[in-house]
Design a protein around this ligand. Structure first.
Ligand code: B12
Length: 231
């Protein structure tokens, strides 16, 4: 099994490091997600591959298991913690300070939503692509998001929602941008498992992105079209 497969397996087992037991017996003492991330980096595997093919794909499988009622909330939490820790280890490896010139990107998980794994992956990838990311975290009210966009004069905003019940706060945020008369100054990207292209269009967002790669591609398209740095 290669290191990416082992990463996926250890996300599924919810093992942060070698001292975690895992959901099944027999793992204690073996490398967990933290050690495997270091091994992958040593092997020259890219941060994108570690994030998307290893951690992201492991979390997607966790989601499927939860849907099939094979996993429950504590299992999801253990997996999420393992991924969260790996993301922290990876972050410094994906900072290319010299290429930060593509513009500011404000990023947030909307109000009443605490899911942040996908958002964090998007944040790291966008940072790596040369944007200056201002991550406001989870459960962020529309007022705070819009205030930050205005203060930072950010040309890009990314909103994440993982719950049917919180998608409406994306719409609220876009409406507030209109109300404050700054909607024309910022491109709004939306994403998260329940979000669709149709929903994005309906609420007047500029783009729906199915994953972090799509987000980077979309941002580059905006820039090629002449949109950057507070247009
Ligand atoms: C992990 C998880 C949790 C963890 C979250 C931990 C964390 N730190 O994030 C915990 C255990 C806390 C949790 C809690 C809950 N969860 Co939950 N959770 C999940 C799970 C299993 C995985 C989500 C995930 O991390 N996916 C992996 C990442 C990599 O994928 P992603 O988030 O989709 O992100 C990618 C893209 O969507 C996109 N993207 C995401 N955001 C953005 C933003 C932008 C700007 C862009 C461009 C792109 C983009 O790019 C990302 C990377 O490629 C999903 C199942 C699923 N199928 O999604 C359920 C799921 C989202 N949860 C669900 C539910 C119901 C809950 C709870 C209400 C459960 C409960 N009864 O308490 C609570 C709600 C808590 C809250 N208020 O937010 C439901 C939502 C159902 C719905 N449609 O509304 C799901 C779908 C499970 C299910 N099938 O029922 N959850």
């Amino acid at each position: 099994m290669d290191v990416i497969e082992m990463l996926k397996l250890n996300v599924l087992q919810g093992r942060r490091n070698r001292y975690d037991d895992g959901l099944e017996d027999g793992y204690y003492g073996q490398p967990g997600v933290e050690e495997l991330v270091y091994t992958a980096l040593e092997q020259g595997i890219s941060v994108q591959d570690i994030l998307v093919r290893g951690l992201g794909s492991g979390m997607e499988e966790v989601g499927r298991k939860y849907d099939r009622k094979e996993y429950f909330i504590p299992d999801m939490l253990a997996a999420a913690e393992a991924v969260g820790m790996a993301v922290e280890v990876l972050e410094p490896h994906f900072q290319r300070e010299q290429f930060r010139g593509k513009g500011k990107f404000v990023l947030a998980t909307v109000e009443k939503d605490q899911h942040d794994i996908g958002k964090n992956i998007v944040g790291i990838m966008i940072k790596g692509a040369g944007f200056q990311v201002r991550d406001l975290g989870i459960d962020v009210p529309a007022e705070r998001i819009v205030e930050t966009v205005i203060q930072e004069e950010a040309p890009f905003l990314g909103l994440s929602a993982l719950l049917d019940t919180t998608m409406k706060y994306m719409a609220e945020t876009v409406e507030l941008l209109e109300k404050k008369n700054v909607r024309h100054k910022v491109k709004v990207l939306v994403g998260g498992a329940p979000v669709t292209r149709e929903f994005a269009e309906k609420i007047g967002a500029d783009a729906y992105c199915k994953d972090a790669f799509a987000a980077v591609e979309q941002l580059d398209k905006f820039i090629q079209a002449g949109w950057a740095n507070g247009c």
